[in-house]
Design a protein around this ligand. Structure first.
Ligand SMILES: Nc1ncnc2c1ncn2[C@@H]1O[C@H](COP(=O)(O)OP(=O)(O)OP(=O)(O)O)[C@@H](O)[C@H]1O
Ligand SMILES: [Mg+2]
Length: 286
């Protein structure tokens, strides 16, 4: 099961939550993989939690991912259904998650995800705007990192810190981790994309990792969470829905399938080598 996607960018307001919740809804609609999805909210502010549960204010959820991480309840007991989409479940955040951020424990979520993965076709993890322990937990637990970033030149150089962290976690704790891609978001529709933006991103991540689709600013994308709906349910005909739909169908799912195929080929090649070595040992013993 390698469909665990961490949505990460330590810059605040870069479109992480918007992308995470619309990706979840899009995968339910457009992916061939079993149509169930779990969203794990690792941001103590709980914006994804509010939207999916249909509560903009009021008490935070009584049971949250924090209770699961501190092992007060089982992973299954932390999960709740959503008003957002009946096929999307949620492991909600609440503000007490902040106290986990003060610890050094960055491999707890991985164990939770392993326990829950057999029940879901996709697991999407939304993260807070920093590279602290909560984001690290997401990177240790995920197979793929998705990086939404605003198109402003200023937001881009800081992403080097993120690639350094991804490399470190890949080296030490999670060899499966791969970048699925960088999604440009929040673009002002009236101005052309600055030429240096794609170039700089290509230098940091590799040219092939930058998705071609750009999610422009769209009022419907901004309005949909307050109606507790995805952009597809809120207004499937609007520009924002068509941008997210095209990105998911034509780029995200294709890239995911390609990376999965490569992974399978690598595993098969490694297994063949192992078999060859084993046969060699038998032959030399004869
Ligand atoms: N394409 C878009 N068009 C218009 N508004 C958008 C778009 N994408 C995101 N927004 C709005 O921009 C704000 C920031 O987006 P979002 O909350 O997704 O970012 P974030 O990276 O999760 O922020 P944080 O780092 O604070 O968690 C939100 O108010 C959201 O509704
Ligand atoms: Mg957010």
């Amino acid at each position: 099961m390698s469909n665990v996607i961490a949505v990460v960018n330590h810059k605040g307001g870069s479109g992480k939550t918007t992308t995470a919740i619309n990706l979840a809804a899009g995968l339910i609609r457009y992916s061939d993989v079993t149509s169930s999805c779990l969203l794990i909210d690792m941001d103590p502010h709980g914006c994804a939690t509010s939207t999916l549960l249909g509560k903009l204010d009021g008490d935070p959820p009584a049971r949250s991912v924090f209770d699961v991480l501190r092992r007060a309840i089982t992973p299954h007991d932390g999960i709740t259904t959503t008003v957002y989409d009946e096929e999307i479940h949620l492991l909600p955040a609440n503000p007490s998650l902040e106290s986990m951020a003060k610890t050094q424990i960055n491999d707890r979520l991985e164990k939770v995800v392993s326990a829950l993965a057999p029940n879901y076709g996709w697991i999407i993890i939304d993260t807070p705007p920093n590279l602290g322990v909560l984001t690290q937990n997401a990177l240790v637990a995920a197979n793929y990192v998705l990086v939404p970033t605003p198109c402003t030149g200023l937001a881009i150089p800081a992403l080097r810190q993120l690639t350094t962290m991804i490399s470190r976690i890949k080296e030490r704790q999670n060899t499966r981790l791969q970048i699925i891609g960088v999604l440009l978001t929040l673009k002002d529709g009236r101005t052309p994309l600055l030429k240096n933006v794609r170039r700089e991103l290509g230098q940091i991540f590799g040219k092939q990792d930058i998705f071609k689709t750009i999610i422009t600013n769209n009022i419907k994308i901004e309005e949909a969470p307050a109606a507790f709906q995805s952009i597809f349910a809120y207004d499937s005909g609007c520009l924002g829905a068509s941008l997210y739909r095209d990105w998911i169908k034509k780029e995200f799912l294709r890239r995911h399938a390609k990376l999965e195929k490569e992974l399978l080929e690598q595993r098969e090649a490694a297994a063949a080598l192992q078999l060859e070595a084993l046969q060699g040992e038998y032959t030399s013993e004869e």
